[in-house]
Write a protein that binds this ligand. Structure first.
Ligand code: FAD
Length: 356
């Protein structure tokens, strides 16, 4: 007997599964051969508590303990750089992120390749962390399995039918049944809703590309912070001895297996290059992922008002990794009718009811 069928084996589905597995028997269905094949395996892997709308920040804050207890985080730091031309935007972002003022000499001591003929301002805080995304997903998987749940890959859901007792869900080879269905299909969540006869919400999958380049000028980049251009024009982050650089684009796509756009990547690299003294000589690798947003760019967690046993776990946008422990906990609390640990205003802001 299955109590919960979860569709999607990214961070949304696995975190929901981990928390639900203490309430009943979980079956998680993932279309791809591996978990975290899409966005959840392609992120920048940062924990930055202040990133996102207020309800996302509430989830980030409530997630911190889980990340710390499971050794998911390691120190990184975050630096914002800017020029006189974008002074207003720089000031706004500096305040929003709660950064400390920093002289250009201090910034250059931290990141020696900063081009101080172009950049003339910087802000920094140490409270931004590398997030071990593999370990995070594995910690959820371990909990699901420990509690008797099942995870099935290579199982694309092809049909969903409402029954008197709940739902039946068809994959290519099997039919499963459960009273409660969790929609955690990332960019495909609206398609899953339509399959189940639930009105879609209007999610937008936005592509973000990423390139890995050799450590600039042969520097040891391991202690450098993550660096953001003002207006998120680009960002760069140390990654296993190299640097990942993103144009930070948000291009609307249909759900698919995303790949980097060469032109967008080149333009982003050019914006990064303006701010540093070392040219980009070659790309070691490139990839892209879809960051999926609700119309108000806030996560959607909870039962659909038109079908209390259809639970949305969607719209994780650019925050799905860092917010996942509290998002999974909230989802389980709502399913279990127990009092959520985050403030009522955030629970309301995250509810699918706001679209109905
Ligand atoms: C470049 C980039 C940088 C990012 N940086 C960060 C960061 O620094 N910090 C952070 O917290 N977040 C970051 N994010 C965001 C984060 O990666 C996402 O919010 C998160 O991965 C979304 O997880 P998900 O499980 O909802 O979606 P996905 O990982 O896309 O998983 C959805 C899954 O559902 C499956 N599925 C779909 N349809 C079906 C079906 N019919 N049957 C079965 N399975 C199905 C798919 O195969 C997929 O595996 C970044 C994202 C990108 C792309």
């Amino acid at each position: 007997m299955t109590d919960f069928i979860i569709i999607g084996g990214g961070v949304a589905g696995t975190s929901a599964g981990a928390y639900l597995s203490s309430l009943g028997t979980v079956l998680l269905l993932e279309a791809e051969p591996n978990l975290a094949y899409h966005a959840s395996g392609r992120s920048a892997a940062l924990f930055e508590e202040s990133y996102g709308k207020p309800s996302t920040v509430a989830l980030n804050a409530a997630s911190r303990d889980y990340h710390v207890e499971n050794n998911i985080l390691s120190p990184r730091g975050l630096m914002l750089v800017g020029t006189a031309n974008d002074a207003n935007a720089f000031d706004t972002e500096h305040t929003q992120m709660g950064l400390d003022a920093m002289s250009m000499a201090e910034a250059k001591a931290m990141v020696p390749i900063l081009n101080t003929t172009h950049i003339d301002r910087a802000g920094y805080h140490a409270d931004a962390w590398d997030l071990d995304t593999d370990l995070l997903i594995q910690s959820y998987v371990k909990t699901i399995r420990k509690n008797g749940g099942t995870i099935t890959t290579k199982s694309p859901v092809t049909a969903i039918t409402k029954t008197g007792a709940g739902w039946t869900v068809d994959t290519k080879t099997e039919t499963h049944a459960a009273p409660i269905l969790i929609n955690a299909a990332g960019p495909w969540v609206d398609q899953i809703a339509a399959m189940a006869g639930i009105t879609p919400i209007g999610f937008t999958p936005l592509r973000r590309s990423m390139g890995r380049i050799p450590a600039p000028g042969g520097h040891d980049v391991s202690t450098w912070p993550m660096i953001f251009g003002t207006n998120e024009a680009w960002y760069a982050k140390p990654d296993a001895g190299a640097l990942i650089v993103s144009p930070a684009e948000e291009h609307l796509m249909d759900p698919h297996d995303a790949f980097a756009d060469d032109m967008v990547l080149a333009e982003g690299m050019a914006r990064y290059e303006e701010c540093v003294t070392e040219p980009v000589t070659r790309l070691l690798a490139s990839w892209a992922g879809l960051r999926t947003f609700a119309p108000d760019r806030t996560l959607v967690i909870g039962p659909d008002p038109t079908a209390a046993n259809f639970i949305w776990c969607a719209g994780q946008g650019g925050y799905g990794m860092q917010s996942s422990p509290a998002a999974g906990q909230l989802l389980a609390d709502l399913v279990n009718n127990s009092a959520p640990s985050i403030a009522a205003a955030s629970v309301k802001a995250l509810s699918p009811a706001r679209f109905r």
